[in-house]
Design a protein around this ligand. Structure first.
Ligand code: HEC
Ligand code: HEC
Length: 384
């Protein structure tokens, strides 16, 4: 075999693996749910034995039957999650695990942070993310990676599957075995169960259904730059034929969400949540108070809203945005009192939030009706 034959192959391999990384998100997903690695991930995702008290799995806080969020009340109106210990109440609302596979890795682009998992982007990939909860004392609470391996070894089917996917010695090394778990869960989170793209909006794009007049108005308002500012943050692609819209640009913004006082009375957390500034990779003062723009897919069935679950319903969220432009929106409709001040006053994105005219009731309702069309088919009956 000649050298000249060898060199181009290396180049080809490099280019191929680079382009897979770059286009990873939209083009190569979803994976097939019958891939052995994804099937192992599925078992792990639903397995309560991976929590210290054998009472909690990923699915507990990211329930596939409820838009992949924590639909338990947890004594706090669902505003935050409860750990395996039955005591620890978190300070953040569990985001949906659906469509999360499209999130780019955390990076800087033109001076703006983009991507990453969690509300502050501190985990790079779904696998990095999945490595967190089992050992987090406030979540699944396993005390060591070795304890994780011991739990895996209790189940002969796991032993066979781990060895088949990762080699005969995989369970002898608790670091590697733990990493293997996170790879398998990531593979499962990349399957079509997590991204069916079959909401009314998707069916409308494919020409299968029509939107009602109200939904159509909501869609126009949402995407217009004249009547609202929504798409400055909640739109990934401006291409009119893009059919994998996740309704977020994955950037970080401070929109002025107030502290959740009711939650903090129950979880005892003091101080402020600085969002992006809590990410260990970030130290600029301009990051303070910014949170990742969330996807709006399945939003009608995944309340309460915002990183701290401070709003219970979608109409409130629209009123909250409208207060920046509408002198008549002085009251939070859920409390009947004036809107509370932002938790973090620095870095408020007023330049964007104060763009656009006030919304009347008809437009508020139309936006809510449009957001409801982003609900995957299997949850449509849960829309209130
Ligand atoms: C006790 C509840 C709880 C458990 C158990 C739990 N999570 Fe989460 N999850 C959360 C919360 C809360 C956040 C947000 C935390 C933050 O931003 O600091 C989160 C964030 C995430 C995200 C980030 C989504 C995004 O768009 O940023 C993913 C993905 C995820 N979890 C998947 C998992 C997987 C996989 C497991 C099992 C290994 C798991 N979670 C176990 C509560 C939980
Ligand atoms: C300046 C950027 C920006 C603009 C403009 C914007 N949003 Fe948001 N949106 C965000 C961020 C950031 C969050 C998350 C804030 C948090 O967690 O504290 C959010 C949260 C939400 C949520 C709650 C999501 C959840 O899972 O809890 C909804 C619903 C929403 N936005 C809808 C809209 C609509 C509708 C508009 C237009 C009227 C709009 N947004 C305009 C950045 C923006």
């Amino acid at each position: 075999m000649s050298r000249t034959h060898f060199i181009p192959r290396v180049v080809f391999t490099l280019v191929a693996s680079f382009s897979t990384m770059a286009s990873f998100a939209a083009d190569t997903l979803p994976r097939n749910s019958d891939e052995p690695l994804a099937m192992l991930g599925s078992q792990l995702y639903f397995d309560k034995n991976l929590s210290i008290n054998r009472n909690q799995s990923c699915a507990t806080c990211h329930n596939p039957a409820k838009g992949f969020v924590d639909d338990r009340d947890n004594g706090v109106n669902g505003m935050a999650s409860l750990g395996s210990d039955g005591k620890s109440i978190g300070d953040r609302n569990a985001p949906t695990a659906a469509y999360a596979a499209f999130t780019p890795v955390f990076h800087l682009k033109k001076g703006e942070y983009v991507g990453g998992m969690f509300h502050d982007g501190r985990a790079n990939t779904l696998a990095d993310q999945a490595a967190g909860p089992p050992l987090n004392p406030a979540e699944m609470g396993l005390t060591s990676k070795q304890l994780f391996v011991d739990r895996i070894k209790e189940n002969p089917a796991y032993v066979i599957a781990f060895q088949k996917e990762f080699g005969a010695k995989i369970l002898a090394d608790s670091e590697k075995a733990y990493e293997a778990m996170s790879q398998a869960i990531m593979a499962f989170e990349q399957t079509d169960l997590f991204m069916p793209f079959d909401s009314k909006y998707d069916r409308y794009l494919r020409g299968e259904v029509k939107l009602s007049q109200e939904e159509e108005l909501g869609k126009t308002l949402f995407f217009s730059e004249q009547f609202t500012n929504c798409n400055e943050c909640h739109q990934l692609s401006r291409s009119p034929i893009y059919n994998k819209e996740t309704f977020t640009n994955y950037q970080y913004r401070n929109i002025g969400v107030p502290e959740n006082v009711e939650l903090r009375q129950k979880n005892g957390v003091a101080g402020k949540d600085f969002g992006l500034l809590n990410n260990p990779a970030v130290d600029e003062a301009t990051a303070k108070g910014k949170f990742k723009v969330p996807s709006l897919r399945n939003i009608a069935v995944t309340g309460p809203y915002m990183h701290n679950g401070v709003f219970q319903n979608l109409t409130t969220v629209i009123h909250f945005y409208d207060k920046y432009n509408n002198p008549n929106r002085k009251l939070n409709p859920e409390t009947g009192r004036a809107w509370a001040a932002p938790e973090v006053v620095e870095n408020l994105d007023l330049a964007t939030l104060e763009k656009g005219p006030a919304l009347d009731e008809r437009r508020v309702n139309a936006l809510v009706a449009f957001l409801k069309t982003l609900t995957d088919k299997r949850y449509e009956s849960q829309i209130k």
